[in-house]
Design a protein around this ligand. Structure first.
Ligand code: SF4
Ligand code: SF4
Length: 360
């Protein structure tokens, strides 16, 4: 980490003495570091040390997918132990109050401590994502929205372009000073929680979270132009995403070379125009399929913003397909990886023609 920051000009380029610095990992849900769902605590530890060495005051926070599990998330991810050992505040964004902000005509709330931080470092785990293609430095900031709003926004903005606009609005508001990607072990396949851990072998960082995400896309074999929120951020002038404009330096560049990692089975047809998506939506659905691994915990039912899942007594939740908005929240929170997102036959057919969304 020290070498990475040296290459970026030193931590003191990004944080100043006395500043309150939020280190924002991805703490999606209650998984251990070995499962590669959440940012590894040792990555956060290294950042804590570097921030402190600058005379700044680090603290850690994220709002997970299921807020009822917050303390379990802190324990399982190793973040509680880390913050105890380092004597660093681990802030509960659900209880710290929030303010409604407006960006790009969209209104959303951000937790007060996030808005009051002097500097923010976004620290994503490098993962593919069934809904957005990639979960990286920009999307990681979605966890600054506290509480159940995160799931409700999926209902409010069910189309990829609309949801991307929200992600970009949040990014525009938060604008981290630094983005550090935990790619030591990442996730391929049906991320962000049900994919497979994969050794990527790198830490990568940039003062431009969008540029970092563009590089992560290329590494995983995704074209950043097909990741709707990254393309929207690029068009909004919020960073650099053109490969020709990105300069890479460091001793782990080899690990960032594009490889054929497994992509989610549901990478969206992002190039389909908005009006056409609405028109063909009945044909291009994604829906959860619940397997026999279900332990009837009900977390998916609670997480569903569309009330599309109904708990059955000692049985798997039942899906009301007509209500499902394909937000993948149930898939994200299932602790047993019992939910896979199934695509319609038409979608699977059409997806054959999206092979071009891979980088060459
Ligand atoms: S599918 Fe997963 S989240 Fe839903 S009830 Fe079963 S085990 Fe729980
Ligand atoms: S069933 Fe799953 S994918 Fe469908 S709306 Fe509910 S949480 Fe989203």
């Amino acid at each position: 980490m020290g070498r990475l920051l040296e290459g970026l000009g030193g931590m003191d380029r990004f944080v100043k003495p006395g500043q309150s610095v939020l280190i924002k990992p991805n703490l999606l849900s209650d998984h251990t570091p070995e499962e590669a769902v959440t940012t590894h605590p040792e990555v956060v530890r290294a950042l804590i040390h570097l921030v402190r060495a600058c005379g700044a005051k680090p603290w850690v926070a994220d709002s997970p997918a299921v807020i009822a599990d917050l303390h379990r998330v802190w324990e399982r991810t190793g973040m509680a132990a880390l913050c105890r050992e380092e004597d660093v505040p681990l802030v509960n964004l659900e209880k710290a109050g929030s303010r409604t902000v407006e960006e790009d005509g969209l209104r959303f709330t951000i937790a007060n401590p996030v808005l009051e931080a002097d500097a923010i470092i976004t620290v994503p785990k490098v993962k593919t994502h069934v809904l957005t293609g990639l979960t990286g430095a920009v999307k990681n900031l979605y966890g600054t929205v506290p509480g159940r709003q995160k799931t409700m926004f999926h209902k409010l903005y069910p189309y990829p372009q609309d949801f991307a606009r929200l992600l970009v609005a949040i990014y525009r508001r938060i604008r981290p000073v630094l983005a550090i990607a935990d790619g030591v072990v990442g996730m391929e396949g049906n991320g962000p929680s049900a994919g497979a851990p994969v050794e990527l072998g790198f830490l990568a960082g940039s003062s431009d979270a969008l540029a970092l995400d563009a590089v992560l896309c290329r590494t995983l074999g995704l074209d950043p132009r097909t990741i709707v929120h990254l393309e929207a951020a690029r068009r909004a002038g919020l960073g650099v995403a053109e490969w020709s404009e990105i300069v890479m330096e460091g001793d782990l560049i080899g690990a960032l070379a594009p490889r054929e990692y497994r992509l989610p089975s549901t990478v969206p047809l992002n190039y389909v125009p908005h009006w056409l998506v609405r028109f063909v939506q009945p044909l291009i659905w994604h829906r959860p399929l619940i397997s026999g691994a279900c332990v009837f915990c009900g977390k998916c039912v609670t997480a569903c913003p569309a009330e599309a899942l109904q708990m059955k007594l000692r049985n798997r939740p039942a899906l009301k397909a007509e209500k499902c908005i394909a937000c993948c929240c149930c898939h994200e929170v299932c602790p047993e990886h019992a939910i896979t997102m199934q695509s319609s036959p038409f979608f699977r057919f059409a997806r054959q023609f999206t092979k071009g969304s891979r980088t060459p």
